[in-house]
Design a protein around this ligand. Structure first.
Ligand SMILES: C[S@@+](CC[C@H](N)C(=O)[O-])C[C@H]1O[C@@H](n2cnc3c(N)ncnc32)[C@H](O)[C@@H]1O
Ligand code: SF4
Length: 470
């Protein structure tokens, strides 16, 4: 592995892979899918706070983004860190859907019916655990209560498991208005697949991709993970070659988060089969180089996209946002989440639904919002949220932009942060000028490290464990 290597592949310019710098700064840290991050959400969040936020949101009248969490899976993948329920008992999905419909009724009653829904996402779990009839029914209930933009103008996406999807279901999804597909692929190597109990062949992924294109899905995205058992830089390259041959519009390459104390099924994975951190870094470096040569842009953190993809287009316009699904092209929408563990972002609040089915069901049965925790952002939170968003999505920020939005003097307000940033500047991660901050080509892979210095909560709770930055 080269100690220093230049990779010409972000919208903002090149990336320099600087191994020594990465090793020095690759701490663990938040992924900033929200700021403040989920550990800051408070348990005593009141229903009245949600109602007030919904009212403010209605007054704003911006478009909506809807998220539906379908937690069920047919089989367990040992590495999985998602909120899922593995069950062969299909009646559980029926019970769940009935509660979901009641949640839709409950929440939509407080939302102005005229507001357009320009984004919708079904995540999980595995949403295609639902059969065709259930899929149609859930979409019908959604359309009954919300004003979904028509004529394929919205961004309606769904996560699918290519090794585990019924024939013809894709056709049903397309007819129901879905136009973006996100497939979990993870890795094609048979030894790795066996070790994590996750099976999808190249042929299955290829067939699904072809079918999606025939059905005129606008975009196909694929998830991969590096750091899984038995993966080597060579085996990873073989998986990448197969992926690039299928030419997905987006690729997510996640760093395997191995936290067996939190995710019990990860105990099925023998630590001795995991690649070393040195090998993981090599895989990541190689993947970035390979994907950039194949004309993908490195959007940030773990996301790659073709230049023609909306993610790249919106980033080039300077309008990319971070949200709970990663990077979002619809950051201007308020996000309303349904289902167990779903997180909503409404006006200035984040609120998370109950993470367990029984508490979620009990709340719905008593006609209450199934909220478990939340946070109301104060002015300082919003300011820092904006700063972190600019850095993580665009690798730069301009002081005047922040000053215009928040009526502060940047250098005065962030005196302490700017002092701390000097150390990162000395190390070459960033450049600070009179007018702003730029993340340098060698700092772009470590942008979370820069964001962490603007996080007002991090130093107060050192006991919270986060995943590795890289
Ligand atoms: C809800 S799943 C995707 C849909 C579907 N259930 C599937 O597996 O194909 C979301 C994605 O999270 C990623 N993921 C799950 N557990 C992970 C972990 N421990 N570390 C990193 N990525 C993980 C996988 O890439 C997975 O595709
Ligand atoms: S990776 Fe997907 S299919 Fe596998 S257990 Fe997790 S949510 Fe279910």
């Amino acid at each position: 592995m080269n100690a220093k290597h230049t990779l010409p592949c972000t919208e903002a310019g090149e990336i320099i892979w600087d191994k020594a710098l990465i090793e020095r700064h690759a701490l663990s840290g938040p992924r900033y899918t929200s700021y403040p991050t989920a550990p800051q959400f408070q348990k005593d969040f009141q229903e009245s706070q949600i109602l007030e936020a919904l009212a403010r949101s209605n007054r704003k009248g911006n478009n909506l983004s809807l998220y539906f969490h379908i937690p069920f899976c047919n089989t367990i993948c040992y590495y999985c860190a998602c909120n899922k329920i593995v069950t062969g008992d299909r009646s559980r999905a029926e019970i769940y859907l009935n509660k979901l419909y009641r949640e839709i009724e409950l929440k939509s009653a407080y939302l102005d019916k005229k507001r357009k829904v320009s984004q919708l996402h079904w995540g999980g779990g595995t949403p295609t655990y639902l059969n065709a009839q259930q899929i149609c029914e859930l979409m019908a209930v959604t359309r009954q209560h919300f004003n979904l933009v028509e004529e394929d103008k919205g961004e309606f996406s769904i996560e699918v498991h290519p090794g585990n999807i019924e024939d013809d279901l894709l056709k049903v999804l397309r007819e129901q208005g879905f136009n973006r597909l996100s497939m979990g692929v993870q890795d094609f190597d048979p030894r790795t697949q066996k070790a994590v109990n996750r099976f999808n062949s190249f042929e299955q992924v290829e067939a699904l991709t072809t079918q999606a294109r025939d059905l005129k899905f606008h975009s196909v995205s694929m998830d991969l993970i590096y750091g899984l058992p038995f993966q080597t830089p060579q085996s990873m390259l073989q998986t990448l070659e197969k992926i690039v041959a299928l030419s997905p519009d987006r690729i997510s390459l996640f760093n395997y988060a191995h936290l067996p104390h939190l995710f019990k099924t990860q105990k099925q994975i023998d630590d001795n089969t995991l690649p070393s951190s040195e090998e993981k870094l090599e895989m990541f470096q190689q993947a970035i180089a390979y994907l950039c040569e194949a004309d993908y842009l490195f959007i940030g953190m773990d996301h790659f996209a073709k230049q023609s993809d909306d993610l790249a287009v919106v980033q080039a316009r300077g309008e990319l946002k971070r949200n709970f699904q990663g990077y979002s092209t619809h950051g201007d929408c308020d996000l309303i989440a349904f289902g167990v563990s779903g997180i909503s972002a409404i006006d200035n609040i984040y609120v998370q639904n109950c993470k367990q089915l029984d508490t979620y069901y009990a709340a719905i049965d008593s006609q209450h919002f199934p909220a478990e925790s939340g946070i109301s952002l104060n002015e300082d939170d919003r300011l820092r949220q904006h700063v972190i968003n600019q850095l993580i999505c665009h690798f730069k920020l301009e002081f005047t932009d922040i000053e215009k939005h928040f009526n502060i003097h940047f250098q005065h307000y962030f005196q302490a942060e700017l002092r701390a940033l000097k150390a990162l500047e000395a190390d070459g991660l960033i450049e600070i000028s009179e007018t702003g901050i730029k993340v340098s080509p060698q700092g772009r892979l470590l942008v979370r490290r820069v964001c962490m210095l603007f996080d007002a909560y991090l130093s107060r709770q050192p006991e919270i464990r986060y995943s590795q930055i890289i």
